[in-house]
Design a protein around this ligand. Structure first.
Ligand code: NAD
Ligand code: MG
Length: 398
């Protein structure tokens, strides 16, 4: 018989950085969590090993050929795991009646549909896929409210803010005595790189983050500080804060994960070692606390903490994100799509690092901004921005 308090979980993107950290925390508490479904893009080997260890009812691969490989191996191993493939299957395992909680840890716009489906189905959502909120913030938040979903942020900054907001925070900053949100940023690997060297930095340099080990897309976003820009937009939707009420603070040690400033002058912060298992464990067990395997913070080793204002000239992507948030409507979806195309081209060594903001800026100028009334409006803007970004890429390489 099932333990009544057992939380049954789908992990979307289980083979990624967040996905594997989630499974690490889950494995520490077999009495509390059970994995119902695991999903991945194409890494059949890793997903198979995860199936062996966690024995999920379902495993989904986006890629059909990879799913066939996995199905064969699952069958030979005698596992009772149903292997599915395709985007519809991702949605299917996000809304299963036997699932309580969905960890949304797919990278990029690909995460939008299954994450939205989980919200519409009223699941508890652990949200790592920030692109969902950037693209479709109002559609997603409306779905969360309509279904009564519990939404818990996994992004370390937003998880920190969530932890230091007053209990029972109702989404109205001024009514709850909140003056500002202070979003910390490490500044990434190029915080002090001479400007003239930025043109020639490689994907390997961009992905070598000083404090965090992450997937390649978010690593490049951290290097350009687009990650912080996306997080400003994410904070806007999660906490109902305006662009002027979210201050980015560069804090290279990544020990303070963010802060909330109150009208009485109090500033509350959440601190910890930079390890995503902390926010993951917090969200998994919320409102309780469980062990996450994270080393205790040694303040004597930290010794000093630095804070500086962001440099918008060095990091034009951060300014572009504020611009898109202020423009509202489909502008953040356009920003996100252009960024995804540009980052992929940079990772494929098809264009230099500094072309990332140039392409995004050109796409924001070229694609008209519309109101967002439905998911269709978001998907149309996403498609138009990807076309415009491809066109810009062609121009860059000519
Ligand atoms: P990752 O690249 O390591 O993993 C991505 C996962 O998504 C993999 O399991 C992959 O198989 C799957 N995936 C990729 N493309 C897919 C597609 N088209 N369809 C279905 N599945 C697909 O990425 P990550 O670093 O774990 O980041 C995941 C999300 O979490 C991102 O939105 C990122 O911004 C956010 N996030 C990550 C961190 C971190 O520390 N890694 C921190 C905060 C937020
Ligand atoms: Mg973050």
């Amino acid at each position: 018989m099932q333990h009544p308090a057992m939380q049954r979980i789908t992990i979307l993107g289980s083979t990624g950085s967040i996905g594997t950290s989630t499974l690490d925390v889950v494995a520490r508490h077999p009495d509390k969590f059970r994995i119902v479904a695991l999903t991945a893009n194409s890494q059949a080997d890793l997903l198979f090993n995860q199936c062996l260890e966690f024995k999920p009812g379902y495993a989904v691969m986006l890629d059909g050929a990879a799913a066939a490989v996995l199905r064969e191996r699952v069958s030979v191993a005698g596992l009772n795991t149903l292997v599915l493939s395709g985007i519809d299957a991702l949605e299917q395992v996000a809304v299963l009646p036997e699932v309580d909680t969905v960890m949304a840890a797919i990278v990029g716009a690909a995460g939008l549909r299954p994450t939205l489906a989980a919200a519409q189905a009223g699941k508890k959502i652990l949200l790592a896929n920030k692109e969902t909120l950037v693209m479709a913030g109002n559609v997603f938040m409306d779905a969360v409210r309509a279904s009564g979903s519990v939404l818990l942020p996994i992004d370390s900054e937003h998880n920190a803010i969530f932890q230091v907001l007053p209990r029972g925070y109702d989404g109205n900053p001024s009514k709850n005595g909140v003056r500002r949100i202070l979003l910390t940023a490490s500044g990434g690997p190029f915080r002090n790189t001479p400007m003239h060297e930025l043109q020639n930095v490689t994907p390997e340099q961009a992905c070598a983050h000083p404090n965090w080990v992450m997937g390649r897309k978010i690593s490049v976003d951290s290097a350009s500080m687009m990650n912080k820009g996306l997080e400003v937009i994410e904070a806007h939707w999660l906490f109902n804060a305006g662009a002027d009420d979210i201050q980015v603070v560069v804090h290279p040690q990544s020990v303070i994960h963010s802060l909330v400033e109150y009208v009485d002058g109090s500033v509350l912060a959440q601190l910890g070692n930079p390890d995503m298992r902390t926010p993951i464990a917090y969200a998994l067990a919320y409102p309780e606390r469980i062990a996450a395997g994270v080393a205790p913070l040694d303040l004597f080793k930290v010794a000093t903490m630095d804070f500086t204002a962001p440099d918008f000239e060095r990091f034009p992507c951060l300014a572009l994100a504020y611009q898109a948030l202020r423009a509202a409507g489909t502008a953040p979806a356009i920003l996100n799509a252009a960024n995804e195309v540009a980052v992929a081209a940079f990772l494929d060594k098809k264009m230099p690092f500094l072309s990332i903001p140039r392409i995004i800026s050109a796409v924001l100028d070229a694609v008209p901004v519309n109101a967002v009334n439905s998911l269709g409006d978001v998907l149309d803007a996403d498609a138009a921005a990807r076309r415009a970004a491809q066109q810009q890429l062609g121009n860059t390489n000519r």
